[in-house]
Design a binder for this molecule. Sequence first.
Ligand SMILES: Cc1cc2nc3c(=O)[nH]c(=O)nc-3n(C[C@H](O)[C@H](O)[C@H](O)COP(=O)(O)O)c2cc1C
Ligand SMILES: [Mn+2]
Length: 493
Amino acid sequence: MDDDGFRFAQPILQFASKGGDLVYQDLREFISAVDALGALRRIDGADPHHEIGAITEVAAGLAACPALLFDRIKGFPAGRRVFTNAVTSPQRAALALGIDTGLPPLDALKAWMEQRKTLTPRAPVEAAKAAWLENSMRGGDVALDALPAPVWHTDDGGAYIGSGSLVIMRDPDDGWINASIYRVQVQARNKVTIQFDHPGRHGAIIAKKYRDRGAPCPVAVVNGEDPALFIAGFEYLPAGACEYDVAGAIKGAPIEIFAGPVTGLPLPAQAEIILEGHLSAAGETLPEGPFGEFTGYYAADTRPCPVMEVTAIHHRDDPILLGSPPMKPPRFHFGLPLRAAGIWSNLEAAGVTDVVGVWQHVSQLMTVVALRQRYDGHAKRAALIAAAHSYMARLVVVVDDDVDPSDLADVMWAITTRCEPSEQTDIVRNAWSSALDPRIPPEVKERGITSHSKLIIEAVKPFSWIDRFPRLSALSHEDARAIAAKWGDALKG
Ligand SMILES: Cc1cc2nc3c(=O)[nH]c(=O)nc-3n(C[C@H](O)[C@H](O)[C@H](O)COP(=O)(O)O)c2cc1C
Ligand SMILES: [Mn+2]
Protein backbone atom coordinates (compact mmCIF):
# COMPACT_ATOMS: atom_id res chain seq x y z
CA MET A 1 0.00 0.00 0.00
CA ASP A 2 1.27 3.43 -0.83
CA ASP A 3 0.54 4.95 2.48
CA ASP A 4 1.61 8.48 3.29
CA GLY A 5 0.30 8.88 6.79
CA PHE A 6 1.16 11.39 9.43
CA ARG A 7 4.65 11.67 10.73
CA PHE A 8 5.42 11.38 14.37
CA ALA A 9 6.55 14.92 14.99
CA GLN A 10 10.06 15.10 16.36
CA PRO A 11 8.92 16.15 19.89
CA ILE A 12 7.18 12.79 20.32
CA LEU A 13 10.56 11.19 20.29
CA GLN A 14 11.94 13.58 22.85
CA PHE A 15 9.47 14.36 25.64
CA ALA A 16 8.98 11.84 28.35
CA SER A 17 5.80 10.36 29.69
CA LYS A 18 4.19 6.95 29.78
CA GLY A 19 2.95 4.66 27.02
CA GLY A 20 -0.05 2.39 27.08
CA ASP A 21 -0.63 -0.49 29.48
CA LEU A 22 1.08 -3.68 28.44
CA VAL A 23 -1.55 -6.29 27.67
CA TYR A 24 0.47 -8.58 25.41
CA GLN A 25 4.05 -9.82 25.14
CA ASP A 26 3.70 -11.28 21.67
CA LEU A 27 1.17 -12.13 18.98
CA ARG A 28 -0.03 -15.23 20.85
CA GLU A 29 -0.87 -13.22 23.95
CA PHE A 30 -2.65 -10.67 21.76
CA ILE A 31 -4.72 -13.47 20.19
CA SER A 32 -5.65 -14.68 23.70
CA ALA A 33 -6.73 -11.14 24.62
CA VAL A 34 -8.83 -10.98 21.44
CA ASP A 35 -10.38 -14.33 22.35
CA ALA A 36 -11.19 -13.00 25.83
CA LEU A 37 -13.09 -10.14 24.16
CA GLY A 38 -15.15 -12.76 22.28
CA ALA A 39 -13.81 -11.47 18.96
CA LEU A 40 -11.86 -14.52 17.71
CA ARG A 41 -13.19 -17.06 15.21
CA ARG A 42 -11.28 -20.26 14.41
CA ILE A 43 -11.61 -21.51 10.85
CA ASP A 44 -10.42 -24.92 9.67
CA GLY A 45 -9.91 -26.20 6.15
CA ALA A 46 -9.75 -22.97 4.12
CA ASP A 47 -7.78 -22.78 0.87
CA PRO A 48 -4.84 -20.32 0.86
CA HIS A 49 -5.57 -19.78 -2.83
CA HIS A 50 -8.13 -16.89 -2.73
CA GLU A 51 -10.33 -18.42 -0.01
CA ILE A 52 -8.47 -17.16 3.09
CA GLY A 53 -8.41 -13.71 1.51
CA ALA A 54 -12.09 -13.85 0.59
CA ILE A 55 -13.17 -15.06 4.06
CA THR A 56 -11.06 -12.29 5.60
CA GLU A 57 -12.76 -9.65 3.43
CA VAL A 58 -16.27 -10.96 4.18
CA ALA A 59 -15.54 -11.10 7.92
CA ALA A 60 -14.12 -7.57 7.90
CA GLY A 61 -17.40 -6.37 6.40
CA LEU A 62 -19.54 -7.85 9.20
CA ALA A 63 -20.71 -5.57 12.01
CA ALA A 64 -18.77 -7.71 14.53
CA CYS A 65 -15.65 -7.63 12.31
CA PRO A 66 -14.12 -10.72 13.97
CA ALA A 67 -10.42 -11.63 13.94
CA LEU A 68 -9.73 -14.96 12.21
CA LEU A 69 -7.32 -17.74 13.06
CA PHE A 70 -7.03 -20.20 10.16
CA ASP A 71 -5.75 -23.71 10.87
CA ARG A 72 -5.68 -27.04 8.96
CA ILE A 73 -5.13 -24.95 5.87
CA LYS A 74 -5.65 -26.83 2.62
CA GLY A 75 -2.36 -28.41 1.53
CA PHE A 76 -0.59 -27.80 4.86
CA PRO A 77 -0.15 -29.77 8.07
CA ALA A 78 -2.25 -28.76 11.08
CA GLY A 79 -0.62 -26.03 13.14
CA ARG A 80 0.67 -23.87 10.25
CA ARG A 81 -1.68 -21.02 10.91
CA VAL A 82 -2.69 -17.65 9.43
CA PHE A 83 -4.14 -14.84 11.58
CA THR A 84 -6.09 -12.04 9.86
CA ASN A 85 -8.25 -9.04 10.81
CA ALA A 86 -6.02 -8.71 13.87
CA VAL A 87 -6.62 -5.00 14.49
CA THR A 88 -9.36 -4.12 11.96
CA SER A 89 -12.03 -3.26 14.57
CA PRO A 90 -11.98 -0.09 16.71
CA GLN A 91 -11.94 -2.23 19.86
CA ARG A 92 -8.95 -4.35 18.82
CA ALA A 93 -7.13 -1.26 17.53
CA ALA A 94 -7.57 0.22 21.02
CA LEU A 95 -6.36 -3.05 22.58
CA ALA A 96 -3.23 -2.93 20.43
CA LEU A 97 -2.56 0.70 21.42
CA GLY A 98 -3.08 -0.01 25.13
CA ILE A 99 -6.20 2.18 25.27
CA ASP A 100 -9.39 1.35 27.20
CA THR A 101 -11.32 -1.03 24.90
CA GLY A 102 -14.64 0.17 26.33
CA LEU A 103 -14.32 3.70 24.92
CA PRO A 104 -16.51 4.79 21.99
CA PRO A 105 -14.31 4.93 18.84
CA LEU A 106 -14.02 8.74 18.69
CA ASP A 107 -13.00 8.88 22.36
CA ALA A 108 -10.43 6.12 21.75
CA LEU A 109 -8.97 8.09 18.83
CA LYS A 110 -8.81 11.22 20.98
CA ALA A 111 -7.04 9.26 23.73
CA TRP A 112 -4.42 8.13 21.18
CA MET A 113 -4.09 11.67 19.78
CA GLU A 114 -3.29 12.90 23.30
CA GLN A 115 -1.04 9.94 24.16
CA ARG A 116 1.12 10.20 21.05
CA LYS A 117 2.16 13.73 22.05
CA THR A 118 4.08 12.31 25.00
CA LEU A 119 5.23 8.85 23.96
CA THR A 120 8.72 8.00 25.21
CA PRO A 121 10.86 5.93 22.85
CA ARG A 122 12.17 2.78 24.50
CA ALA A 123 15.27 1.08 23.18
CA PRO A 124 14.94 -2.68 22.78
CA VAL A 125 16.69 -5.08 25.16
CA GLU A 126 18.51 -8.30 24.31
CA ALA A 127 16.77 -11.55 25.14
CA ALA A 128 18.60 -14.74 26.21
CA LYS A 129 16.89 -16.76 23.48
CA ALA A 130 14.54 -16.44 20.53
CA ALA A 131 11.24 -18.33 20.31
CA TRP A 132 11.69 -18.63 16.54
CA LEU A 133 14.84 -20.74 16.91
CA GLU A 134 12.59 -23.74 17.62
CA ASN A 135 12.76 -24.61 13.90
CA SER A 136 15.27 -23.55 11.25
CA MET A 137 15.86 -24.31 7.58
CA ARG A 138 19.21 -23.30 6.13
CA GLY A 139 20.79 -22.99 2.70
CA GLY A 140 19.49 -25.60 0.24
CA ASP A 141 16.81 -26.71 2.73
CA VAL A 142 15.06 -23.37 2.59
CA ALA A 143 11.52 -23.98 1.33
CA LEU A 144 9.13 -21.05 1.42
CA ASP A 145 6.35 -23.34 0.25
CA ALA A 146 6.39 -24.97 3.69
CA LEU A 147 4.49 -21.90 4.91
CA PRO A 148 0.88 -21.13 3.92
CA ALA A 149 1.43 -17.79 2.16
CA PRO A 150 -1.99 -16.85 0.72
CA VAL A 151 -2.89 -15.60 -2.73
CA TRP A 152 -5.14 -12.93 -1.25
CA HIS A 153 -7.13 -11.60 -4.24
CA THR A 154 -8.16 -13.30 -7.48
CA ASP A 155 -5.85 -11.47 -9.89
CA ASP A 156 -2.85 -11.07 -7.59
CA GLY A 157 0.47 -11.82 -9.23
CA GLY A 158 1.30 -14.50 -6.68
CA ALA A 159 1.36 -15.53 -3.03
CA TYR A 160 2.31 -12.94 -0.42
CA ILE A 161 4.06 -14.14 2.70
CA GLY A 162 4.33 -10.50 3.76
CA SER A 163 1.19 -8.40 3.80
CA GLY A 164 1.76 -7.12 7.33
CA SER A 165 5.34 -8.21 7.95
CA LEU A 166 8.25 -6.06 9.07
CA VAL A 167 11.34 -5.72 6.89
CA ILE A 168 14.49 -5.21 8.97
CA MET A 169 17.60 -3.50 7.57
CA ARG A 170 20.67 -1.79 9.01
CA ASP A 171 21.99 1.49 7.65
CA PRO A 172 25.61 0.79 6.61
CA ASP A 173 26.80 4.30 7.55
CA ASP A 174 25.69 4.76 11.13
CA GLY A 175 24.13 1.41 11.97
CA TRP A 176 20.56 2.45 12.79
CA ILE A 177 17.91 -0.20 12.29
CA ASN A 178 14.83 0.35 10.15
CA ALA A 179 11.84 -1.98 10.68
CA SER A 180 8.91 -1.07 8.43
CA ILE A 181 6.06 -2.80 6.67
CA TYR A 182 6.65 -3.46 2.99
CA ARG A 183 4.83 -6.22 1.15
CA VAL A 184 6.74 -9.41 0.38
CA GLN A 185 5.83 -11.65 -2.57
CA VAL A 186 7.00 -15.25 -2.86
CA GLN A 187 8.90 -15.66 -6.15
CA ALA A 188 10.56 -19.08 -5.74
CA ARG A 189 11.39 -21.63 -3.02
CA ASN A 190 14.15 -19.35 -1.74
CA LYS A 191 13.32 -15.98 -3.30
CA VAL A 192 10.97 -13.15 -2.41
CA THR A 193 10.60 -9.59 -3.65
CA ILE A 194 10.29 -6.58 -1.35
CA GLN A 195 8.17 -3.69 -2.55
CA PHE A 196 9.46 -0.23 -1.67
CA ASP A 197 6.72 1.99 -2.97
CA HIS A 198 9.05 4.86 -3.78
CA PRO A 199 12.76 5.70 -3.46
CA GLY A 200 12.13 7.73 -0.28
CA ARG A 201 11.19 4.68 1.79
CA HIS A 202 13.86 4.12 4.43
CA GLY A 203 14.32 0.54 3.22
CA ALA A 204 14.90 1.78 -0.33
CA ILE A 205 17.45 4.36 0.85
CA ILE A 206 19.38 1.73 2.83
CA ALA A 207 19.24 -0.82 -0.03
CA LYS A 208 20.68 1.79 -2.41
CA LYS A 209 23.63 2.49 -0.10
CA TYR A 210 24.68 -1.20 -0.22
CA ARG A 211 24.15 -1.34 -4.00
CA ASP A 212 26.29 1.75 -4.54
CA ARG A 213 29.11 0.00 -2.64
CA GLY A 214 28.66 -3.20 -4.64
CA ALA A 215 27.81 -5.08 -1.44
CA PRO A 216 24.92 -7.44 -0.67
CA CYS A 217 22.35 -5.89 1.68
CA PRO A 218 21.49 -8.06 4.72
CA VAL A 219 17.75 -8.14 5.30
CA ALA A 220 15.25 -10.00 7.45
CA VAL A 221 11.49 -10.33 7.10
CA VAL A 222 9.66 -10.67 10.40
CA ASN A 223 6.23 -12.22 10.29
CA GLY A 224 3.84 -12.71 13.16
CA GLU A 225 5.19 -9.73 15.08
CA ASP A 226 3.06 -8.27 17.87
CA PRO A 227 0.61 -5.45 17.02
CA ALA A 228 2.75 -2.70 18.57
CA LEU A 229 5.49 -3.54 16.07
CA PHE A 230 2.89 -3.64 13.29
CA ILE A 231 1.73 -0.11 14.22
CA ALA A 232 5.26 1.26 14.56
CA GLY A 233 6.04 -0.37 11.21
CA PHE A 234 3.45 1.64 9.30
CA GLU A 235 3.72 4.93 11.20
CA TYR A 236 5.92 7.57 9.61
CA LEU A 237 9.10 8.04 11.62
CA PRO A 238 12.05 10.22 10.75
CA ALA A 239 15.08 8.55 9.16
CA GLY A 240 17.40 7.38 11.92
CA ALA A 241 14.54 6.63 14.31
CA CYS A 242 14.03 2.94 14.96
CA GLU A 243 10.53 1.51 14.80
CA TYR A 244 11.44 -0.87 17.69
CA ASP A 245 11.78 2.14 20.01
CA VAL A 246 8.30 3.39 19.10
CA ALA A 247 6.79 -0.10 19.49
CA GLY A 248 8.35 -0.20 22.96
CA ALA A 249 6.80 3.20 23.69
CA ILE A 250 3.36 1.98 22.62
CA LYS A 251 3.66 -1.14 24.77
CA GLY A 252 5.18 0.70 27.71
CA ALA A 253 7.90 -2.00 27.77
CA PRO A 254 10.99 -2.53 25.61
CA ILE A 255 10.86 -4.94 22.67
CA GLU A 256 13.03 -8.01 23.32
CA ILE A 257 15.43 -8.70 20.47
CA PHE A 258 17.77 -11.51 19.45
CA ALA A 259 20.45 -11.40 16.74
CA GLY A 260 19.64 -13.30 13.53
CA PRO A 261 22.17 -16.17 13.17
CA VAL A 262 22.77 -15.36 9.48
CA THR A 263 22.51 -11.58 9.26
CA GLY A 264 23.26 -10.47 12.80
CA LEU A 265 20.26 -8.14 12.52
CA PRO A 266 18.37 -7.54 15.78
CA LEU A 267 15.03 -9.37 15.47
CA PRO A 268 12.00 -9.48 17.78
CA ALA A 269 12.65 -12.54 19.95
CA GLN A 270 8.99 -13.51 20.25
CA ALA A 271 8.07 -13.24 16.55
CA GLU A 272 6.52 -16.25 14.82
CA ILE A 273 8.42 -16.50 11.53
CA ILE A 274 11.72 -14.99 10.34
CA LEU A 275 13.25 -14.97 6.87
CA GLU A 276 16.94 -14.05 6.74
CA GLY A 277 18.93 -13.30 3.62
CA HIS A 278 20.16 -10.45 1.46
CA LEU A 279 19.41 -8.30 -1.55
CA SER A 280 22.02 -9.03 -4.21
CA ALA A 281 24.95 -6.66 -4.66
CA ALA A 282 24.04 -6.32 -8.33
CA GLY A 283 20.55 -5.10 -7.52
CA GLU A 284 18.63 -8.01 -9.08
CA THR A 285 14.90 -7.33 -9.60
CA LEU A 286 11.85 -9.38 -10.60
CA PRO A 287 8.37 -8.26 -11.70
CA GLU A 288 6.23 -7.77 -8.59
CA GLY A 289 2.44 -7.66 -8.31
CA PRO A 290 -0.15 -6.77 -9.16
CA PHE A 291 -1.54 -6.84 -5.63
CA GLY A 292 -5.08 -5.82 -4.66
CA GLU A 293 -4.97 -2.33 -3.17
CA PHE A 294 -6.72 -0.67 -0.24
CA THR A 295 -9.00 1.23 -2.62
CA GLY A 296 -10.48 -2.07 -3.82
CA TYR A 297 -8.80 -1.91 -7.26
CA TYR A 298 -5.61 -2.74 -9.10
CA ALA A 299 -4.53 0.76 -10.12
CA ALA A 300 -0.74 0.34 -10.09
CA ASP A 301 0.95 -2.06 -12.48
CA THR A 302 3.41 -4.86 -12.03
CA ARG A 303 6.71 -3.20 -11.15
CA PRO A 304 10.32 -4.42 -10.90
CA CYS A 305 11.24 -4.94 -7.24
CA PRO A 306 14.44 -5.98 -5.44
CA VAL A 307 14.91 -9.69 -4.93
CA MET A 308 15.81 -11.10 -1.52
CA GLU A 309 17.61 -14.42 -1.56
CA VAL A 310 16.37 -16.28 1.51
CA THR A 311 19.20 -18.22 3.12
CA ALA A 312 17.43 -19.17 6.36
CA ILE A 313 13.87 -19.54 7.62
CA HIS A 314 13.22 -19.78 11.36
CA HIS A 315 9.85 -20.31 12.97
CA ARG A 316 8.17 -21.18 16.24
CA ASP A 317 6.41 -24.51 16.62
CA ASP A 318 2.96 -24.22 15.01
CA PRO A 319 3.83 -20.79 13.55
CA ILE A 320 1.26 -18.06 12.99
CA LEU A 321 1.60 -15.96 9.84
CA LEU A 322 0.13 -12.49 10.33
CA GLY A 323 -1.92 -11.48 7.28
CA SER A 324 -3.04 -7.91 6.62
CA PRO A 325 -4.30 -7.84 3.03
CA PRO A 326 -5.70 -4.64 1.53
CA MET A 327 -9.49 -4.93 1.16
CA LYS A 328 -12.40 -3.02 -0.34
CA PRO A 329 -13.33 0.01 1.80
CA PRO A 330 -14.53 0.58 4.44
CA ARG A 331 -12.45 -2.43 5.56
CA PHE A 332 -9.05 -1.20 6.66
CA HIS A 333 -5.89 -2.60 8.20
CA PHE A 334 -6.46 -0.63 11.41
CA GLY A 335 -9.78 -0.11 13.18
CA LEU A 336 -9.07 3.46 14.31
CA PRO A 337 -8.18 6.10 11.69
CA LEU A 338 -4.74 7.11 12.95
CA ARG A 339 -4.32 9.53 10.01
CA ALA A 340 -7.33 11.43 11.38
CA ALA A 341 -5.55 11.72 14.74
CA GLY A 342 -2.66 13.27 12.82
CA ILE A 343 -4.95 15.78 11.11
CA TRP A 344 -6.53 16.58 14.49
CA SER A 345 -3.06 17.38 15.88
CA ASN A 346 -2.26 19.44 12.77
CA LEU A 347 -5.41 21.52 13.30
CA GLU A 348 -4.47 22.13 16.93
CA ALA A 349 -0.90 22.97 15.98
CA ALA A 350 -2.19 25.48 13.42
CA GLY A 351 -4.25 27.19 16.10
CA VAL A 352 -7.71 26.10 14.95
CA THR A 353 -9.71 26.00 18.19
CA ASP A 354 -12.83 24.07 19.16
CA VAL A 355 -12.22 20.97 17.09
CA VAL A 356 -14.21 18.23 18.86
CA GLY A 357 -13.38 15.37 16.54
CA VAL A 358 -11.71 14.25 13.33
CA TRP A 359 -12.43 10.97 11.59
CA GLN A 360 -11.78 9.26 8.29
CA HIS A 361 -14.22 7.01 6.46
CA VAL A 362 -13.89 4.84 3.34
CA SER A 363 -10.42 3.67 4.40
CA GLN A 364 -9.05 7.24 4.64
CA LEU A 365 -10.61 8.36 1.32
CA MET A 366 -12.94 10.80 3.17
CA THR A 367 -12.06 13.15 6.05
CA VAL A 368 -14.57 14.66 8.48
CA VAL A 369 -13.84 17.43 10.98
CA ALA A 370 -16.34 18.32 13.72
CA LEU A 371 -16.03 21.71 15.40
CA ARG A 372 -17.86 24.31 17.42
CA GLN A 373 -18.05 27.35 15.13
CA ARG A 374 -16.83 30.55 16.79
CA TYR A 375 -16.51 32.93 13.83
CA ASP A 376 -17.28 33.24 10.14
CA GLY A 377 -14.67 31.33 8.15
CA HIS A 378 -13.81 29.00 11.04
CA ALA A 379 -15.18 25.92 9.24
CA LYS A 380 -13.41 26.74 5.96
CA ARG A 381 -10.13 27.34 7.80
CA ALA A 382 -10.35 23.87 9.31
CA ALA A 383 -11.44 22.36 6.00
CA LEU A 384 -8.46 23.74 4.10
CA ILE A 385 -5.97 22.44 6.65
CA ALA A 386 -7.68 19.04 6.75
CA ALA A 387 -7.80 18.91 2.94
CA ALA A 388 -4.10 19.71 2.69
CA HIS A 389 -3.27 16.74 4.92
CA SER A 390 -5.80 14.28 3.48
CA TYR A 391 -3.88 11.74 1.42
CA MET A 392 -5.95 10.42 -1.52
CA ALA A 393 -9.22 11.72 -0.01
CA ARG A 394 -11.55 13.34 -2.57
CA LEU A 395 -14.08 14.33 0.09
CA VAL A 396 -13.43 16.64 3.03
CA VAL A 397 -16.43 17.50 5.22
CA VAL A 398 -16.80 19.88 8.15
CA VAL A 399 -19.71 19.38 10.56
CA ASP A 400 -20.93 21.15 13.70
CA ASP A 401 -20.10 19.84 17.17
CA ASP A 402 -23.49 18.18 17.63
CA VAL A 403 -22.68 15.77 14.78
CA ASP A 404 -20.58 12.65 15.41
CA PRO A 405 -17.85 12.64 12.73
CA SER A 406 -17.31 8.90 13.22
CA ASP A 407 -20.95 8.16 12.34
CA LEU A 408 -21.43 8.26 8.57
CA ALA A 409 -25.23 8.43 8.91
CA ASP A 410 -24.91 11.48 11.15
CA VAL A 411 -22.48 13.08 8.68
CA MET A 412 -24.85 12.47 5.73
CA TRP A 413 -27.68 13.98 7.76
CA ALA A 414 -25.59 17.10 8.27
CA ILE A 415 -24.65 17.26 4.57
CA THR A 416 -28.27 16.97 3.43
CA THR A 417 -29.74 19.41 5.96
CA ARG A 418 -27.06 22.08 6.59
CA CYS A 419 -25.17 22.44 3.31
CA GLU A 420 -26.46 24.50 0.39
CA PRO A 421 -24.17 23.17 -2.38
CA SER A 422 -24.21 26.43 -4.36
CA GLU A 423 -22.77 28.27 -1.34
CA GLN A 424 -20.94 25.73 0.81
CA THR A 425 -18.80 23.60 -1.48
CA ASP A 426 -15.39 24.23 -2.99
CA ILE A 427 -13.06 22.27 -5.22
CA VAL A 428 -9.32 22.31 -4.55
CA ARG A 429 -7.34 21.24 -7.60
CA ASN A 430 -3.96 19.52 -8.07
CA ALA A 431 -4.07 18.14 -4.56
CA TRP A 432 -2.33 15.22 -2.82
CA SER A 433 -3.19 11.78 -4.15
CA SER A 434 -1.16 8.86 -5.52
CA ALA A 435 -0.56 6.47 -8.40
CA LEU A 436 -2.97 4.14 -6.57
CA ASP A 437 -5.86 6.56 -7.28
CA PRO A 438 -8.17 4.57 -9.60
CA ARG A 439 -9.82 7.71 -11.05
CA ILE A 440 -6.71 9.36 -12.51
CA PRO A 441 -6.85 8.54 -16.26
CA PRO A 442 -4.07 6.22 -17.52
CA GLU A 443 -2.67 8.76 -19.99
CA VAL A 444 -2.47 11.36 -17.21
CA LYS A 445 -0.64 8.94 -14.92
CA GLU A 446 1.73 8.17 -17.80
CA ARG A 447 2.72 11.85 -17.73
CA GLY A 448 3.69 11.37 -14.09
CA ILE A 449 0.65 13.18 -12.67
CA THR A 450 -0.70 11.68 -9.45
CA SER A 451 -2.75 14.59 -8.07
CA HIS A 452 -6.51 14.89 -8.00
CA SER A 453 -9.09 17.41 -6.84
CA LYS A 454 -10.80 17.50 -3.48
CA LEU A 455 -14.39 18.47 -2.78
CA ILE A 456 -14.82 20.47 0.41
CA ILE A 457 -18.29 20.35 1.91
CA GLU A 458 -19.17 22.73 4.72
CA ALA A 459 -22.02 20.75 6.25
CA VAL A 460 -22.41 23.32 9.00
CA LYS A 461 -25.10 25.80 9.92
CA PRO A 462 -24.25 29.03 8.01
CA PHE A 463 -22.49 31.20 10.58
CA SER A 464 -24.17 34.47 9.55
CA TRP A 465 -27.60 33.19 10.65
CA ILE A 466 -26.57 30.39 12.98
CA ASP A 467 -28.88 31.69 15.75
CA ARG A 468 -31.89 31.51 13.45
CA PHE A 469 -31.12 28.03 12.10
CA PRO A 470 -34.12 25.76 12.89
CA ARG A 471 -33.93 24.28 16.38
CA LEU A 472 -33.21 20.57 16.67
CA SER A 473 -36.09 18.22 17.24
CA ALA A 474 -33.76 15.23 17.26
CA LEU A 475 -32.39 13.84 20.50
CA SER A 476 -28.91 15.03 21.35
CA HIS A 477 -26.24 12.31 21.53
CA GLU A 478 -26.12 12.92 25.29
CA ASP A 479 -29.88 12.44 25.78
CA ALA A 480 -29.86 9.36 23.54
CA ARG A 481 -27.06 7.82 25.62
CA ALA A 482 -28.97 8.51 28.86
CA ILE A 483 -32.10 6.87 27.44
CA ALA A 484 -30.11 3.88 26.23
CA ALA A 485 -28.59 3.50 29.69
CA LYS A 486 -32.01 3.60 31.38
CA TRP A 487 -34.15 1.74 28.84
CA GLY A 488 -31.61 -0.24 26.82
CA ASP A 489 -32.46 -3.62 28.37
CA ALA A 490 -36.15 -3.19 27.59
CA LEU A 491 -35.30 -2.32 23.99
CA LYS A 492 -33.04 -5.36 23.56
CA GLY A 493 -35.98 -7.71 24.24
C1 LIG B 1 -0.68 -3.28 5.68
C2 LIG B 1 0.33 -2.31 5.12
C3 LIG B 1 1.06 -2.62 3.98
C4 LIG B 1 2.00 -1.75 3.46
N1 LIG B 1 2.71 -2.10 2.34
C5 LIG B 1 3.67 -1.28 1.86
C6 LIG B 1 4.45 -1.67 0.72
O1 LIG B 1 4.29 -2.75 0.15
N2 LIG B 1 5.42 -0.82 0.29
C7 LIG B 1 5.65 0.38 0.89
O2 LIG B 1 6.54 1.09 0.47
N3 LIG B 1 4.91 0.78 1.95
C8 LIG B 1 3.93 -0.03 2.46
N4 LIG B 1 3.20 0.35 3.55
C9 LIG B 1 3.42 1.68 4.13
C10 LIG B 1 4.68 1.75 4.98
O3 LIG B 1 4.72 0.71 5.91
C11 LIG B 1 4.74 3.07 5.75
O4 LIG B 1 4.67 4.15 4.88
C12 LIG B 1 6.00 3.18 6.59
O5 LIG B 1 5.92 4.33 7.39
C13 LIG B 1 7.25 3.25 5.77
O6 LIG B 1 8.35 3.24 6.65
P1 LIG B 1 9.76 3.92 6.33
O7 LIG B 1 9.58 5.39 6.52
O8 LIG B 1 10.67 3.30 7.35
O9 LIG B 1 10.14 3.57 4.93
C14 LIG B 1 2.23 -0.51 4.09
C15 LIG B 1 1.51 -0.19 5.23
C16 LIG B 1 0.57 -1.07 5.75
C17 LIG B 1 -0.20 -0.69 6.97
MN1 LIG C 1 11.67 4.06 9.10
